[in-house]
Design a protein around this ligand. Sequence first.
Ligand SMILES: Nc1ncnc2c1ncn2[C@@H]1O[C@H](COP(=O)(O)OP(=O)(O)OP(=O)(O)O)[C@@H](O)[C@H]1O
Ligand code: SF4
Ligand SMILES: [Mg+2]
Length: 322
Amino acid sequence: MELLKINHLITYFNITAGTVRAVDDVSLTLDYGESLGLVGESGCGKTTTALSITQLLPTEGNIVSGEILLEGKNIVDLNDTEIKRVRWKEVSMIFQGAMNALNPVMKIGDQIAEAIILHDKLSYKDAIKRVEELFELVELEPKRIFNYPHEFSGGMKQRAMIAMALACNPKLVIGDEPTTALDVMVQAQILNLLDKLRKELNMGIILITHDLSILGETCDKIAIMYAGKIVETGYVEDIYNNNMHPYTYKLLSSFPNIHKERVMPDAIVGIPPDLINPPSGCRFHPRCPYAKDVCSTEEPKMVLANKDHYYACHFGGVFNEK
Ligand SMILES: Nc1ncnc2c1ncn2[C@@H]1O[C@H](COP(=O)(O)OP(=O)(O)OP(=O)(O)O)[C@@H](O)[C@H]1O
Ligand code: SF4
Ligand SMILES: [Mg+2]
């Protein structure tokens, strides 16, 4: 049984301007100890997918249909009390810019202990002992648990947030841009730390990012998202070297490659569509340099290219034709 299996998830936001089709038929699987990178431009539905899994959607957001099976149990059907038990203990999330969410007037160790006391019902003394273990795990000195947030650097604060996410031994951790606010060296250290923890604790990790170039070393699989849909998914090797979807190809070309000839990265022309009125057919067609008539009328189905490598395009690999 997989750790996580998402089947045909649809999550919409109902706002006065209309219905935002933020996640529109997304399916994913993740095994124990596996890491998946979820990548795509701003507004494509990455955070909404994560908030659907953790069921932390704002009131205007609703899971319309689909299943989210965590160890085989559909968590979409759980009531509030049941979902609170799942959050933290089975799945936890490190938010975009989370380190700024630390309470500036409370010692960091106490903030983590508070979560442990609430969810694991430990005494304060035992919770602090657990915080010390967690600090060791995320490579912070245990004696720093009684520091305040302003005494920590950005990287240290993010390590503390990871410790908090691990506080109740979750099986799945979702990092939503967990390194965006950090400089590249610290970014690499945090990604390596998450990778180490995943292997040591056999956790599943979903890493959300705009930046495809940082995933090669730390992820097993990648899912590329565009306008609320997964357009290509597969092992890192296939996504980097045998990609079939024009959007993946363009996304990869839009990052500079230090191993290749020095050329200007190739930007993707145009902007992602408005998800209240997404384009018909293939949602990428207004920006796709390879679009033909059928692309604006028929939605492409997922096609199997290789083991666990799927793409949704009527003309997969078209960019390789001379
Ligand atoms: N609370 C909300 N109300 C209405 N629309 C929303 C809400 N939150 C997100 N959306 C819309 O849903 C779509 C998906 O947004 P989401 O935040 O999931 O994208 P994202 O891929 O995480 O983007 P980013 O990379 O900028 O974080 C966007 O069109 C966004 O405007
Ligand atoms: S289906 Fe058509 S528009 Fe969509 S990515 Fe493929 S070629 Fe481009
Ligand atoms: Mg986001």
